[in-house]
Design a protein around this ligand. Structure first.
Ligand SMILES: [Zn+2]
Length: 114
């Protein structure tokens, strides 16, 4: 079975964001001809940084906790939505609302709030 990860622009990779000082899923911003990710951008602070991955890091397995509107989400948390797939909370808008970045676009979801 071929398990080599082929990434393309718009995919997500885990990387430490130097601005946020947190490890999070970054969006692949550019890929070299040989298929290596060269630059990624942080969905929170929007900084574009060189991809330092290199290490054989498997896509985060911590992602996949099913979305549950009864939960309280915090910025940076990840979820697996039944319709939209994997997402990461990029902002808590107001009590009961969160912005979640999914593979295709940002969506506003509800949650329990604080
Ligand atoms: Zn950041």
């Amino acid at each position: 079975m071929e398990d080599r990860q082929v990434l393309k622009v718009g995919d997500r990779v885990e990387q430490m964001c130097v601005t946020c000082k947190e490890e999070r899923g970054h969006i692949v911003a550019s890929v070299s001809k040989s298929g290596k990710v060269t630059r990624v951008s942080c969905p929170i602070c929007h900084s574009r940084v060189p991809y330092k991955g290199g290490a054989t890091r498997t896509p985060s397995t911590k992602i996949g906790t099913p979305y549950d509107r009864a939960r309280t989400y915090r910025r940076g948390q990840t979820m697996m939505h039944p319709n939209f797939g994997e997402g990461e909370v990029t902002a808590v808008i107001e009590t009961g609302k969160i912005d979640v970045l999914f593979a295709d676009r940002m969506r506003r979801l509800i949650h329990a709030g604080a």
